[in-house]
Design a protein around this ligand. Sequence first.
Ligand SMILES: [Zn+2]
Ligand SMILES: [Zn+2]
Length: 310
Amino acid sequence: MVLAVLVMACDQRAPRQLALPAAPVDAPTAADAGVTVVHIEDAGPGFQRLAPPEQGDWQALHPEPGQTVAEFVRDRPHQLSRTRRTLYLMFVSGQPRDATPKLTVLASFVRAFFGLPVKLLPATSLKALGLRAPSPARLAAKRLRRRLAAKIPVDAAALLALTDVDLTSDSVGSVFGEASARLRVGVASVARLHLGFYVYGAPSNKKVVLRRSLTLLAHEIGHLLGIEHCTAYRCVMNGVASLRELDNLPAHVCPHDLRKLVLTSEFDERARYRRLAAFYVQHGLNHEAIWADARGRVDDPTGPVGPARP
Ligand SMILES: [Zn+2]
Ligand SMILES: [Zn+2]
């Protein structure tokens, strides 16, 4: 049985042990079938507390305490500086499927979301990295991260590599992504974002794959900047144990995690929401566009902030 989880591979301070999800998730979701997924954005421009987990959800399988802003400030493994604040993105391995978003599109989202400079590195192959994916193409995420750590530019806040190779983790099996804040390197796989992964030859819905790619990138880069899984609100930093949970993630961060981003990047919250709304409009993500636009018009775009624990 193939299982997929979205993992923050913690750095060596506290290796996180992750149990296998209880439910099989190697199946397309309602979004793949063309059913409109109702997102949190439909509920208006506010934030919603995270409901108790259902069976098979990440928080049911891996109960986590969450992370306050004070804990983030205390524990973050590295702080950005004027000379080290660029996020790097790159592709690793073969030819991505047609529906995979272009890296330039993803870069403009990441730039808007994190308020940091984003640069692209040239695509490279597993072979060029001295790696070989067995057949069917699956690769240990840790091996890929280690090879990429040698490539991180001196001005990088972090490097995130996207690959079409399915990734695995020592402790959990298959993963959507894995990131080490300490090493500043993360990897994310787009393999399971495509319907064709589950149904041979089936075409992907481009918009579905785009939305999944955006939430996956926001989540993993959030980890790279030191943000841990969110347990207080529905938030893009919620732990994810299945494709269904990935589809249900809101595309935004909660008030706590927005404060962490402001502390990291020192952006203007309203300007950030405007940039995100413009991006979503351009790419037809209407729910997210309406939410971001409305959020950018409230008096206190960062709050109000409730308790950081469930
Ligand atoms: Zn995670
Ligand atoms: Zn959050």
